[in-house]
Design a protein around this ligand. Structure first.
Ligand code: AMP
Ligand code: ZN
Ligand code: FE
Ligand code: FE
Length: 298
């Protein structure tokens, strides 16, 4: 029987609803061999997850997810195995978290003008970790009855271009990739099929910057939900990712983007990523940096 892993997971350190150790416990119950902790703009959850991982025999891959900018589009960049003490990436992540904190009052002011009255403290009460996100705000809106679903909070108010949307500063994709590489990490583009650009155009821009991999296995069907027409093109584009990864010498990655019990998010392990994917990631790390990643217990 093949062993499976999940390399894209959020915890309470950012906007997931499971604590890092709970994620690892669930991974263990599901028989997953490895789990990648990729919270938004923080590595706060990695230590707790690693401790649980050593106890339960689940390999924990340290990582992060950073929203970057490319041609006015948002590109989510995953970074694996970087040195957590590196000043460059530490500074970048701190700045991103500050941007999140400073964005919240702006969104609350916009909501108030729309008749939605939420205090900063109410949102902060939802946050366990150090990265405040729109999902925390959406939960409060849902609980207070301003919306009838989590999705509605984004569709009507918080999504890009919606009336309570507020931008936060984002690094360029070049800066994101460079910062991860300089911290001895592997930069990998997340859920590429959610980016409104041709894959080839994207890779022509990102590969010369040092991109090392592309997320391939991802629960697109789940994410598409009722938008069946959107999902139609996905299998063909996934085949294209494989072909382009070969052509551009990128490693293929995969994960579920699990967020715990947050509505509309895919279950842990649902991307069905074989363990070999992680071995190839580690091989690439070794090629680039001359040794296996230190967190690697294999
Ligand atoms: P933020 O990190 O605050 O910019 O919020 C982005 C996060 O919100 C994503 O990582 C998702 O977890 C969630 N999100 C973004 N758009 C949507 C949407 N349309 N529906 C549900 N969740 C969303
Ligand atoms: Zn998220
Ligand atoms: Fe993402
Ligand atoms: Fe994510």
């Amino acid at each position: 029987m093949p062993s499976y892993i999940d390399l894209h997971v959020h915890t309470t350190a950012s906007d997931g609803s499971d604590m890092p150790k709970q994620v690892v416990e669930k991974a263990s119950q599901l028989g997953l061999r490895a789990v990648g902790i990729t919270d938004h703009d923080t590595i706060q959850g990695v230590t707790e997850a690693s401790e649980a991982g050593s106890r339960l025999g689940v390999e924990v891959v340290p990582g992060v997810e950073i929203s970057c900018q490319w041609q006015r589009k948002s590109i989510h960049l995953l970074g694996y195995y970087f040195d957590p003490t590196n000043p460059g990436i530490t500074r970048l992540l701190e700045g991103m978290r500050r941007g999140r904190t400073e964005r919240l009052p702006k969104m609350l002011a916009k909501l108030r003008r729309l008749g939605i009255d939420i205090d900063q403290e109410e949102v902060e009460a939802e946050v366990c970790g150090e990265a405040i996100g729109r999902p925390h705000l959406a939960q409060v809106m849902l609980r207070k009855g301003y919306v009838s679903s989590f999705e509605e909070a984004f569709d009507k108010y918080l999504g890009y271009g919606r009336p309570a949307y507020a931008q936060r500063p984002r690094p360029t994709i070049a800066e994101g990739i460079r910062t991860i590489l300089d911290a001895s990490g592997l930069p990998i583009v997340a859920h590429p099929l959610t980016i409104k650009a041709s894959l080839e155009e994207l890779l022509i821009a990102l590969c010369p910057l040092g991109l090392q991999g592309i997320e391939h296995l991802y629960p697109y069907k789940f994410v598409a939900g009722r938008r069946e027409e959107w999902y139609e093109g996905v299998p063909r584009r996934l085949a294209q990712i494989k072909q382009l990864a070969d052509q551009y010498d990128l490693v293929l990655s995969g994960g579920s983007d699990y967020h715990g019990a947050i509505e509309g998010k895919a279950p842990l392990g649902s991307a069905q990523v074989p363990y070999e994917v992680l071995q190839r990631l580690q091989d690439r790390y070794q090629e680039l940096f001359g040794h296996l990643p230190s967190a690697c217990t294999a």
